[in-house]
Design a protein around this ligand. Structure first.
Ligand SMILES: *Cc1c(COP(=O)(O)O)cnc(C)c1O
Length: 975
């Protein structure tokens, strides 16, 4: 019954319905009491609590608290109503602050079919490319868009935001330059948040940041330089000579460029840049109080192997058809660890998809016309202000002007604000104004009035801009000559019908949570509930500038403060920062906090970070970025940290010990019983303990990192707290710490608030471009906690641990479970060892993963943390029916492998090595295989009605890396 119907129903009916609808946790958790009973019987436990109580070591069980900051669970309707109240406390003003963030029209067809469509937002990072061809195509469109507009050879599939992309650009220059200099030159006209990030990150790496206006080119001896194009002030200038001078000294040029401006201006590539970076936010991605948005990076030929982040490339499948997959993965943290090009894991895929589709929908002429209008609006405003005697600082600009105010600049900013417009206060005598595609002639008139133009002006006429000459002051040599977006994909989907169908076609190629379970260990692919997602699209959350005045964002600040308080409570820490926009960035923020703490104590020599061999690749890569030296600690046969080796390494490095990074439960999915001894040993030696909290779904409500001896942790809200993975981002990686580290947590130069929940003032440098990172997706986690309540969160953990143990027990006779803790129990995931199967039958973990596609599944995590294994994490959201379907598929696949071993099918021609099977592969030509077509595609009869058809056969990874192509292939390739 709907809320409206409820209001008119009889009291008894209302009570019963409210009871049913009241428990969101019963919607979130897939197994009901009856299913859990069956599962517990199979495991030999009376209650779920008894099972988890036995699995989690008694020494770390959380003590019951008298009071909790987490209110009792709200219903979905109540949570939405509370979010409405929070939303109403944000003011939907007209932001004209600029600084890398612009209001934009998200085409409705993209909002509805991508942002609000679970086929896109619930997908995982495309590590199984055969079932990810849709999002891989969208990402290769993104890469093509970026390479075209920047005029460089190769672009990656997104960065976390513009400022972090600039830092990564600096690191590309450091790796690629032969210059011995440790100086990195930075444009004095760079964005303020980018300057703050560069300073903070460079300091940890011993890089000297030196500001310059590039006026004196004799001074450019440096390994690299950063240029903002157009500048933060809006100024457009020609950096060709500066870049040439830099090259003369062996330095690399990193240029941050506005993609919309590049439709009219010469590209960074044409100016000589080696690296281009920036944001794609204004390509239809809502402001969202700072994120999430896709940053971008493109590099010139020869630098692709230095690039951070994920890169989509074209390869071919077993039938020789073109197929997409992730390229050059040997650069990445999950393989290269401390030698990786960056620590990026989760990036910004969903937002990159949106930005690419904005380009697909508008096409080159559409983008050029939007940019032309934007430039006209800026010109018209400047002309009107000059007409009235005001001074506009620069003549050459695209969308941003700096205006000298007649009186104190604050008065102009306040006058504008009184009419709902946010301008940028530059200094006492200067105001910045940025226009965008949403700015109207009327908006321009109000802004002109705010600068003191007569009241009558505002009332009698708006400010028509159609006549203005765009880029009037920009030198002809800086106007764009080259074409862009010439690939047919950027012109083929111009009607809404065509666009809707293109998005549907791509979504249909992919396997996301809307089709079935994604049992990826270490990734926690749980439900992303529709109610949790709702507020993300509300304008009070989505159309808010990250540097809006404090008075305009009370709703955001209140929600953030509540979420910080809740997360501190459930983790046992004192302070929480929501700024990091991925787990990797939370790690970095936490390690930088440790660094800051040691330095404040005069311990500048504490630079060694101990990391167990089983750790996630981001750990080692983050430690290096925090200026630390990684020392690997061995694990024993049970998968636990080898205490003997740990003590030996601590003794060896006692004086230089900065930290231990440990994952709990371990990346092997086991609750280590010796965790308290481990953390004590590190503390005794003067080190700090970093607990990687990405596996919190195994602990929430039962134990707390702070109680384990952790000093600092990151959490992944896109794992434990219901934010969807978006096909590889967005994410939120809050960093949580004990009070002594709180002063070193990330601050932000443009933050609206001085202190955080608990009254802590953070003074560490920023790790994200925006003060609250990916703020607009925080309502998802807020709603999750609000609707689950403390009890529901605990029930979810219990259900997740039960499901993992049930799968482990059911599959144990078919695949050995590699690690278990006391009582033979695993945590929230289990590792199935496929190496014995390979030995006995020749069938590899790859074959099993691809065969699972034929059965209608996304494979579990493959060969992490142990090669030749599958790590299964069902989460609490899957019901018993889906869990059984998976178990049966795994058992059936084992039988197929045994049939190969028994000689029933040859080793090189059987349903496993032939997997996955496309429709074409079973209907085209003569069927010559020794197994039937039914066996190939309908190994289980139920699939006849529910079949997911992979669009390609098994993809050849090595071929794609040997023949690197990272832009849209010509359409003839698919003929
Ligand atoms: C997922 C994960 C990370 C990295 O988080 P991202 O958001 O992808 O950067 C780090 N550690 C562990 C154990 C993880 O599972």
């Amino acid at each position: 019954m709907s809320t409206a119907e409820l209001a008119g129903a009889a009291p008894a009916v209302v009570a019963a319905a409210a009871e049913r609808a009241g428990r969101f946790s019963a919607r979130h958790i897939g197994t009901d009491a009856a299913a859990q009973r069956l599962m517990l019987d199979a495991l030999g436990y009376d209650t779920v609590d008894a099972l988890v109580g036995a699995a989690v070591p008694a020494s770390i069980h959380v003590q019951p608290r008298a009071t909790s900051s987490i209110p009792p669970a709200a219903t979905e309707a109540e949570a939405l109503a509370e979010l409405r109240v929070l939303a109403s406390q944000n003011r939907t003003a007209r932001p004209m602050i600029g600084l890398g963030y612009y209001d934009t029209f998200t085409p409705s067809v993209i909002a509805r079919n991508v942002l609000e469509n679970p086929s896109w937002y619930t997908a995982y990072t495309p590590y199984q490319p055969e079932i990810s061809q849709g999002r891989l195509e969208a990402l290769i469109n993104f890469q093509t868009m970026v390479t075209d507009l920047t005029g460089l050879a190769t672009a990656n599939a997104s960065m976390l935001d513009e400022s972090t992309a600039v830092v990564e650009g600096m690191l590309v220059a450091r790796r690629a330059s032969k210059s011995a200099s440790n100086v990195f030159l930075v444009d004095a006209d760079a964005l303020p948040q980018t300057k703050a990030l560069l300073e903070h990150r460079a300091a940890a790496l011993g890089i000297e940041v030196r500001y310059t206006s590039f006026a004196d080119l004799s001074e450019v001896a440096a390994f690299g330089a950063f240029l903002q194009y157009p500048g933060a002030s809006g100024r457009v200038w020609d950096p060709t000579d500066a870049i040439a001078a830099l090259h003369g000294h062996g330095g690399l040029a990193v240029v941050a460029a506005d993609l919309l401006a590049l439709t009219l201006l010469r590209s960074p590539g044409a100016l000589g840049a080696d690296v281009a970076v920036g944001t794609t936010q204004r390509f239809g991605v809502p402001l969202g109080f700072g994120g999430p948005h896709a940053g971008y990076m493109a590099v010139r030929a020869g630098l692709e192997r230095q690039m951070p982040g994920r890169l989509v490339g074209v390869s071919q499948d077993a039938a020789g058809h073109p197929a997409y997959r992730l390229a050059l993965q040997t650069r990445e943290q999950h393989i290269r660890r401390e030698k990786a090009t960056s620590n990026i894991c989760t990036a910004q895929v969903l937002l990159a998809v949106m930005a690419s589709m904005y380009a697909v929908y508008h096409g080159p002429e559409g983008l050029r016309s939007i940019a032309g209008e934007v430039a006209q609006k800026a010109e018209a405003l400047a002309a009107r202000l000059r007409e009235y005697g005001l001074v506009v600082r620069h003549d050459a600009f695209f969308d941003t002007i700096r205006v000298v105010t007649p009186g104190p600049s604050g008065r102009v900013v306040e006058r504008a604000r009184s009419k709902g417009y946010q301008l940028f206060w530059v200094d006492d005598a200067t105001v910045g104004v940025s226009v965008d595609e949403t700015t109207t002639a009327d908006d321009l008139a109000v802004v002109a009035w705010a600068f003191g133009l007569p009241e009558a002006e505002r009332d009698v006429r708006d400010l028509p801009f159609g006549e203005a000459e765009p880029l009037r002051g920009v030198a002809a040599s800086l106007l764009r000559q080259e074409d862009f977006l010439t690939h047919p994909v950027f012109t083929a989907h111009r009607s809404e019908t065509a666009m809707m169908r293109y998005l549907k076609t791509l979504a249909d190629r992919d396997y996301a949570l809307d089709r079935g379970m994604i049992p990826l260990g270490s990734c926690t692919m749980k439900l992303n509930a529709a109610t949790e997602m709702a507020a993300v699209s509300w304008p009070e959350f989505s159309r808010v500038h990250p540097f809006a005045p404090e008075a305009d964002v009370h709703g955001y600040l209140a929600m953030i403060e509540q979420l910080e308080t809740w997360l501190a409570e459930v983790t046992g820490y004192d302070a929480v920062s929501l700024q990091p926009n991925a787990g990797s960035q939370g790690e970095l923020a936490g390690l930088l906090a440790i660094r800051g703490y040691h330095r404040a104590n005069g311990d500048t020599g504490r630079t060694v970070c101990l990391i167990p061999s089983s750790a996630h690749g981001t750990n080692a890569a983050s430690a290096v970025l925090a200026g630390m030296k990684v020392v690997v600690v061995a694990c024993d046969e049970a998968g636990n940290v080898d205490l003997g080796d740990l003590r030996a390494k601590i003794a060896l490095h006692a004086a230089e010990l900065a930290a231990l990074m440990i994952t709990y439960p371990s990346t092997h999915g086991v609750y280590e019983h010796e965790v308290l001894e481990i953390t004590q040993a590190v503390h005794d030696a003067g080190g700090q303990v970093y607990v990687d909290g990405a596996n919190l779904n195994a602990l929430l409500g039962f134990a707390r990192f702070g109680d384990l001896g952790g000093d600092v942790s990151h959490l992944n809200l896109h794992k434990t707290f219901a934010i969807p993975h978006g096909g590889g981002g967005p994410g939120v990686g809050p960093v949580a710490a004990k009070a002594h580290l709180a002063p070193y947590l990330p601050s932000h130069p443009l933050s609206q608030r001085a202190d955080h929940a608990g009254g802590f003032v953070f003074e560490g440098g920023p790790v994200s471009a925006a003060p609250a990172g990916s703020a607009s997706i925080l309502p998802i986690s807020w709603a999750y906690v609000r609707m689950m309540g403390a009890e529901g969160l605990k029930d979810a953990t219990a259900a997740a641990v039960l499901a993992a143990n049930y799968i482990a027990a059911r599959l144990e006779d078919h695949y050995p479970v590699l690690y278990a803790g006391e009582g033979g129990l695993v945590a929230h995931e289990c590792i199935l060892d496929l190496r014995p199967l390979k030995e006995a039958t020749g069938i590899s973990v790859d074959d099993v993963a691809k065969r699972l596609i034929d059965y209608g599944f996304h494979a579990p995590t493959m060969s992490f943390p142990v090669a030749g294994t599958l790590m299964v994490e069902p989460t609490e959201s899957e019901d018993l029916g889906e869990i059984e379907r998976f178990i049966e598929a795994m058992i059936a696949i084992k039988a197929e492998a045994l049939a190969v071993a028994a000689g029933e099918w040859p080793a090189d021609d059987n349903p496993l090595v032939g997997a996955p099977h496309t429709a074409e592969s079973v209907v085209a030509g003569e069927w010559t295989h020794p197994y039937s077509r039914e066996k190939a595609v309908y190994p289980v009869h139920a699939l006849v009605r529910t079949k997911y058809w992979p669009p390609v056969r098994r993809i050849d990874n090595a071929y794609g890396d040997r023949n690197l192509v990272c832009a849209c292939p010509p359409i003839e390739a698919f003929a």
